[in-house]
Design a protein around this ligand. Sequence first.
Ligand code: NAP
Length: 435
Amino acid sequence: MSQFKVAIVGAGPAGYFAAQALQNSQTDDMKFEIDMLERLPTPWGLVRTGVAPDHPKIKTVAKVFEKVAAEPGFRLFGNVELGTDVTIEQLRDIYDVVILATGSALGRKLGIPGEDLYGSISAADFVPWYNGHPDFTSLEVPLDGEVAVVIGAGNVAMDCARILAINPEELDTTDTANHALAALHKSAIRTVHIAARRGAEHAAFTAPELRDLPKLEHTDVFLRADDVAAAQARAESAGEIEKELRSNLEAMKLIAETTPAGRDRSLHLNFLLAPKEIVGKDRVEGITFSINRMDGDKVIDTGETHTISCSLVISAIGYHALPLAGVPENSGKVKNADGRVDGNLYVVGWAKRGPSGVIGTNKSDAADVVKLAIEDLGTPKGKGSIDDILPAGHQIISQEKWSRINAAEVAAGEVLGKPRLKEVERSKLITLGQE
Ligand code: NAP
């Protein structure tokens, strides 16, 4: 029987699905010992720090992750960072296979004037702020103005816009980080605009997220019926409309047809607005867009502009991977061929294919890469152990310690009617793990 040692770097969905695929591939002749490394003291990646708190159903996938973690041969090494605590070269020596599942942590830049003004924030910072990621607790999010603009037509833009536009009381029973919840309760924002640079037929929102919008209890959602009709006409003239787009257009039509209830909170979906400049002296005072028009599939700048006065701009226009020492990079991803990087190094998830797909997409993606890694396996060659590299006294968050943190957070949330009360300070998380 051959026993192979595998390191998975990153305890997000892609990492857990890779571990699951390895576990499912075991035979009487081939077993895997899996060490999962995670820089934070808490695992679950975007399920903890990305998924919107008002979408708790999506987070139930964490049960699958915990099942994977409970399997024999699985060890969690939380609070262990690649590049700081261990190097990629060390991992490649110790393990037979190293799988990177490090995601895409950095927000893409708009590259327009005014982007660095106070009040212009990337969704890559705003989302972890409201989700209690320890590195983003001190982010300054000016919520003192009445209007906010979110750039992008994807589900992240939708999450950001919804969090800003709903009545914060709707978040009281969620696991929104306490600091964010307190700030949102004081927020003066009442109007939120989403700005998409192309027509509605090209929006990257998905239908379930769009269908949720008319159900918001305290927020009117506006979308011009003309925008949907024009998008539908353009899509039809290009040929048969695919199922997903049809579903999206139907969901948008429903929003356009919903009569506003005259609530003081509103969310507006705008199309054909390309960000040109964020304006303001010392802080964001507005954003100017080039008005586009569609010519078939082509986007044409009409030369006209439109300015929205606002005090907060969130750009949600995609992500790229954090560069890792000793790992080749290409266009914001780890350079790879179907998940193979080189030698015994592999990559899965967003770090492999870029920031696309829903959480479940990572399951088949990871299984495909694990299949290749298994095909490449020779005989076990890994030497030594990660325990010998980490300095004595390094606070490793093992699965047992994480279970204590998890239980403590759930218990603290229970008395408040929340699924959990997140601890957001690294040192306190580490202490919770010891208790
Ligand atoms: P996304 O779906 O790729 O959307 C990015 C948006 O940014 C697109 O509309 C894109 O427009 C726009 N954009 C890019 N560059 C721009 C620029 N310079 N100016 C203006 N707009 C620009 O990315 P995402 O929203 O970050 O989401 C990432 C993935 O996570 C997606 O697969 C998403 O579905 C998933 N996700 C899912 C959920 C959920 O299931 N509830 C929640 C959050 C995220 P163009 O198309 O014109 O380039």
